[in-house]
Design a binder for this molecule. Structure first.
Ligand code: ADP
Ligand code: ZN
Ligand code: ZN
Length: 727
């Protein structure tokens, strides 16, 4: 008899332990099983197995309760190797989240412990010759000769099915199922080898000379050729017989980097990102476990790729918010990278034009090796940036969305046959709908936010939950019919350009137009083929796009990120502006940029316009020091949630009391309502802990977690977010 300790799917800490099941057949740790739990058939994950000679009855007497058998084995082989299983355990501790959630996050969709779906393997009928004998007719022999020359799929053979059947009857050939791996389609780019410049070479040599397990930061301006540095480093590591994980931000950058890596390294590359179909993801995953690839290029979760002998982990655009997982387990990708680097004794390389000030501070303090690439390739100048004060624009009588300067630059760009990118970090048509009689705005019934008007569907939508509704004819509170659409989003700008710019062909690139699989690759391809001359988009367009014909970039409102109630608001604004400005003038022709703002003197805007990271870093560090924010302390956000606002307030106050009592050296702020107090019908209070020593923080969290998830019967839950990216 085998005793299996099985982890089950659940969301609560109270159940974050294994349960005992029996099996008469041998079972392995690391496979998924189907079991009955609380009268329901669910999926579990076997953590470990012991053999016993005792019977079920004897065991039940020993344990003091009834034991059940495992219903069914879902996998034949363990789905995680030992390194990854132990990584999941460390991650569970570090993020204070259930072990099962860590296993979930590591695996592709249909391998997740909760998934009952059998793995769909794609097969095609193929033919193999299994005899040296001759066939009966000359036509058949002719076919047989061809079949001997190479492997054929049944549908490719240039002979009739009847003839093939004859050969099969004579026992000369065999028809079998050949497994087909679905490799994601990657557009070919002409990416010929380049000779590294001296500065690029220095960076590569410098990094290769650092010790194993060390971290290097490449601070290189946009267009300084960081990608070629990554490629050359990768080549060196492959030559040393080791493998490479190349991480890129989610969504927009992935295809670009993927294309370049694919064109240089071909089949040695596997791709993992959220845009792949479940089948593609599963097949890429298996190509990695079967050791068919040596490089994995992907977004955040690719850090969990089951790659062995890792020699290097690269994180491009290391400042990007998508490196932080915003659901349980709330991990930072670098945190996981460090865990894997320790196991594999490999180096980590971070790259960015606008590193997080924490990263740059660590590099300056000598914890990371710092490499600078201060110039663009071929010393091409960075684009000239003009700032337009929108207050003066309105004073001069222009109430439109665009300043005179932006309009004329845009028109000139198009007239020259060149292209432009416009950034507006807000999707939809109008920000909200307001009653001009009672000033009431139409809000989401489930969240504390206004509903955004989308013109295409003529509906109001919530950007935080799935709620949508048709536009009301009258004000929900005073029944007036004077409803007005206020504010603007990408849809409205698209319309505005059509009527204000001559010969404009606009393409919109935001969440709404890129939801379908491959849609964003198609849009970018169309823009590259000049099917449009203006690309309007949200921050998705700021990252990594390299269009040589783009010579103008416009930012419609730099204030949208600046006014967020977040300690990173200035940093995020600086990053966004620098990144988007970097899209201009990357080709032969030089480029320009116009930034519209009501805060022209703010350091994040003024210094981004001058491409001056060094001074931005100084200013920002001074602010962080004054306000006591990272890197001057560690940050932990505790979010307390409940369906009742009274319950959540009481619980948060109580948690704060426990924290204050046990943490002497930490600064504890709050509780206060989280950015959006009510979201998806759940009320959220937040407590912020600023600390230096992590040990006592983990100790108190452990006891609080038990307290809140067991005693309160699930009415209140507590989520810990270490090193939150946004507040
Ligand atoms: P970054 O990632 O730093 O913004 P890229 O890697 O995209 O910069 O490089 C900018 C441009 O310079 C690209 O078009 C790239 O092909 C080109 N480039 C990079 N390195 C070289 C080189 N050594 N010689 C010639 N062109 C290069
Ligand atoms: Zn009203
Ligand atoms: Zn909502």
């Amino acid at each position: 008899m085998y005793i299996a300790h099985v982890l089950v799917e659940h969301s609560s800490h109270a159940l974050d332990r294994s349960f005992t099941y029996l099996s008469k057949k041998p079972v392995k740790a690391g496979v998924r099983v189907s079991i009955f739990f609380n009268h329901q058939r669910i999926v579990g994950y076997i953590l470990n197995v012991e053999y016993t000679s005792k019977t079920k009855e004897e065991l039940e007497i020993e344990y003091g309760f009834r034991l059940a058998y495992i219903n069914e084995l879902i996998d034949e082989e363990p789905i995680l190797n030992e390194e990854l299983l132990s990584l999941a355990k460390s991650l569970s501790k570090a993020t204070v989240s259930p072990l099962i959630s860590c296993l979930q996050v590591m695996l592709p969709g249909n391998l997740k412990p909760k998934s009952v779906k059998r793995v769909a393997i794609k097969t095609l009928k193929a033919i193999r010759v299994i005899s040296d004998e001759k066939a009966k007719t000359s036509k058949q022999n002719e076919c047989l000769e061809i079949l001997r020359s190479k492997d054929f799929f049944l549908h490719d053979v240039p002979y009739s099915r009847a003839l093939i059947s004859k050969l099969e009857e004579q026992g000369l050939i065999e028809i079998y199922d050949q497994e087909i791996l679905r490799t994601p389609e990657v557009e070919n780019v002409d990416s010929s080898e380049v000779l590294l410049t001296d500065s690029q070479k220095k960076v590569v040599e410098g990094i290769l000379a650092t010790k194993e397990e060390s971290i290097s930061l490449i601070h290189g301006v946009t267009g300084s050729g960081k990608t070629e540095v990554y490629i050359d480093l990768t080549r060196h590591i492959l030559e040393q017989g080791k493998n490479v994980i190349m991480l890129v931000p989610e969504i927009s950058l992935t295809p670009m980097m993927v294309k370049i890596f694919k064109s240089r390294f071909g089949n040695q590359v596997a791709i993992l990102h959220s845009r792949l179909s479940a089948g593609e993801k599963y097949d890429e995953y298996r190509r990695i476990t079967r050791k068919e690839v040596r490089i994995v290029v992907g977004a955040r979760s690719a850090i969990f790729a089951p790659l062995e002998d890792i020699g290097l982990i690269i994180m491009d655009e290391e400042h990007d918010s998508s490196y932080k997982q915003e659901n349980t387990p709330r991990y930072a990708t670098l945190q996981v990278a460090k865990m894997r680097a320790r196991t594999h004794k490999c180096r980590i390389v971070l790259g960015s034009a606008t590193p997080l000030v924490e990263s740059y501070a660590r590099a300056k303090a000598g914890f990371y090796h710092l490499f600078e690439l201060p110039e663009r390739i071929n010393k091409k100048p960075l684009p000239h940036v003009d700032i337009v004060n929108m207050e003066e624009e309105t004073k001069a009588g222009n109430y439109g969305y665009m300043s005179q300067l932006m309009k004329s630059r845009l028109q000139e760009t198009i007239d020259r046959g060149e292209q432009a990118i416009l950034l507006l970090n807000k999707r939809g048509y109008a920000s909200f709908i307001k009653c001009t009689d009672c000033q009431e705005v139409v809000k989401c019934p489930h969240c504390d936010v206004t509903l955004t008007y989308h013109k295409n569907e003529d509906r109001l939508k919530c950007h935080y939950c799935d709620f949508s509704m048709s536009v009301p004819r009258e004000c929900p509170s005073c029944h007036s019919t004077h409803l007005k659409k206020i504010g603007y989003g990408t849809q409205r700008i698209e319309e505005y350009i059509q009527s204000h710019i001559v010969n404009a062909k606009v393409m919109r690139f935001d969440y709404d137009t890129t939801r379908n699989k491959n849609s964003h690759t198609k849009l970018l391809k169309a823009f590259r083929n000049k099917e449009a001359n203006i690309l309007v988009g949200t921050q998705m367009i700021a990252k990594g796009l390299d269009f040589e014909n783009v010579t103008f970039v416009g930012v419609l409102s730099a204030d949208l990120t600046l006014t967020l109630p977040d300690y990173r608001a200035s940093e995020r604004t600086f990053q966004l502006l620098t990144q988007v400005a970097g899209r201009s003038g990357r080709g032969e022709k030089s480029g320009s940029v116009v930034i519209q703002t009501y805060n022209p003197d703010h350091y994040a805007i003024a210094l981004a316009a001058k491409h001056d990271y060094a001074h931005f870093y100084e200013k920002e560090m001074a602010y962080r020091k004054l306000a006591n924010y990272p890197p001057y302390c560690h940050l932990l956000a505790i979010v307390v949630q409940s369906r009742s606002d009274a319950v959540v307030k009481r619980a948060a106050t109580e948690i704060k009391y426990h924290l204050v009592k046990s943490l002497n050296d930490a600064q504890i702020i709050g509780p206060s309502e989280a950015g959006i107090f009510k979201m998806k019908d759940t009320y959220r209070e937040r407590i912020l802990v600023k600390y230096k020593d992590a040990k006592p923080v983990y100790r108190i969290l452990e006891s609080l977690n038990d307290f809140y998830n067991k005693k309160q019967n699930g009415k209140v839950s507590m989520v810990c977010d270490f090193h939150p990216y946004t507040l």
